[in-house]
Ligand binder design. Sequence first.
Ligand SMILES: *[C@@H]1O[C@H](CO)[C@@H](O)[C@H](O)[C@H]1NC(C)=O
Ligand SMILES: *[C@@H]1O[C@H](CO)[C@@H](O)[C@H](O)[C@H]1NC(C)=O
Ligand SMILES: *[C@@H]1O[C@H](CO)[C@@H](O)[C@H](O)[C@H]1NC(C)=O
Ligand SMILES: *[C@@H]1O[C@H](CO)[C@@H](O)[C@H](O)[C@H]1NC(C)=O
Ligand SMILES: *[C@@H]1O[C@H](CO)[C@@H](O)[C@H](O)[C@H]1NC(C)=O
Length: 372
Amino acid sequence: MMLGAVQLGVLAACIVLFVPMGMAGWHLSRNKMLFFSGALFISLAVGVHLSPYFPSISDFMSSPASSTSSSSSSSAAVDSGNNRDSCLSLLHEIVFDVDPVSSVNGSVYYLKSWGWPQTGPVSECEFQKLGRPDTSDLLNGSWVVVAGDSQARLVALALLSLVLDSERMDSVRGDLFKRHSNYQIVVSDIGMKLDFVWAPFASNLTDLMVELKQNSSYPDVLVMGSGLWHMLHVHNASDYGVSLELLKGSVTSLLPLSPELGDDGPVTGSVSFRPPPFFWLGMPMLINSMLNTKEKRERMDDAAFNAYEIELHQSKILRQFGGPLLLLDIHSLTRNCGKRCTEDGMHYDAAVYNAAIHIMLNALLIESHQKL
Ligand SMILES: *[C@@H]1O[C@H](CO)[C@@H](O)[C@H](O)[C@H]1NC(C)=O
Ligand SMILES: *[C@@H]1O[C@H](CO)[C@@H](O)[C@H](O)[C@H]1NC(C)=O
Ligand SMILES: *[C@@H]1O[C@H](CO)[C@@H](O)[C@H](O)[C@H]1NC(C)=O
Ligand SMILES: *[C@@H]1O[C@H](CO)[C@@H](O)[C@H](O)[C@H]1NC(C)=O
Ligand SMILES: *[C@@H]1O[C@H](CO)[C@@H](O)[C@H](O)[C@H]1NC(C)=O
């Protein structure tokens, strides 16, 4: 057990130290050199981070002594954790471009695109939009679980569209949109398995956590979220809060590291343990006048939305409040994209979910680097 964690640290240090030296001796094309920092990130993520994540976590847990040595040796090898923390917090600084285009028949539609600003502190973080090869590298051999309601479904779709060609996507889209059911796909050329779990309520997510724990099977990447269904069908914020508390308990018992984090958030510094990057999918901006049923317009108003957001914060399930899950802030993304990015005031253009997936992938890269 102890050896495992130490070896991991040594391996990490070796990669960080020797990969650049090795590459310097090769005749790399200019493009390859430019891509170099990203490639290093990716090789770390693939080789060290994603596949053996859980074994390494349990090593850290069961032998505090070894974890100290491995994390301090590696913190010398990677640059400062604070830097990465601030980059993590800048990930959502995304700009959307929504351009009106007139078609021949006179109707206007909007082309949406997004990106990180090329100037200022965000540009220093060198966030990357990953193409198919890089995403495939990063997710090679991993098990991805996306659980929740229709927002989660759109996120699953956005992730798959990064690894599948358009022909295959068409058939996936059909299957994934069979209402209210689970969906599984194995992308055999990269050995990636993705499970979409239909889990509209937090209690369904709790059940999923319990099942994962019983099975002792842990996804490499987990994205989950809930709230809209509860707001519409139960419409009781404090009840939502109670269900989030239960969910937090089940996530915490799945990820044994998180309870010690306390109110001030995770400890940064040489002995920094990070829970594996599991993500919480926030709720989108709801545009009341555009919601497509009377019931939705009545129950999903600003007051309800705010009450639900407060419960989410108070549950402390999010990393920024000391909890285990990293927020994918769909609310801020949808607000930035604006009402032209939605037709029903609730589900947004693919650009939004594509941006969310890139935030997640870049967070994985940052975390994998920092974790070492
Ligand atoms: C106009 O053309 C766009 C595509 O260019 C199409 O999506 C839309 O349905 C058309 N509108 C009408 C009224 O025909
Ligand atoms: C995935 O990883 C396996 C072994 O680790 C490798 O043989 C394969 O080429 C990789 N595939 C892609 C698409 O990166
Ligand atoms: C989700 O939870 C609700 C309420 O606890 C339950 O009625 C429903 O059957 C669950 N759905 C799934 C898909 O497990
Ligand atoms: C747990 O294991 C059972 C039996 O192998 C399987 O059917 C089920 O899908 C697993 N659950 C999860 C969440 O992986
Ligand atoms: C809302 O939920 C709380 C906690 O579950 C419960 O105590 C309360 O009675 C509920 N309120 C209503 C109006 O149903």
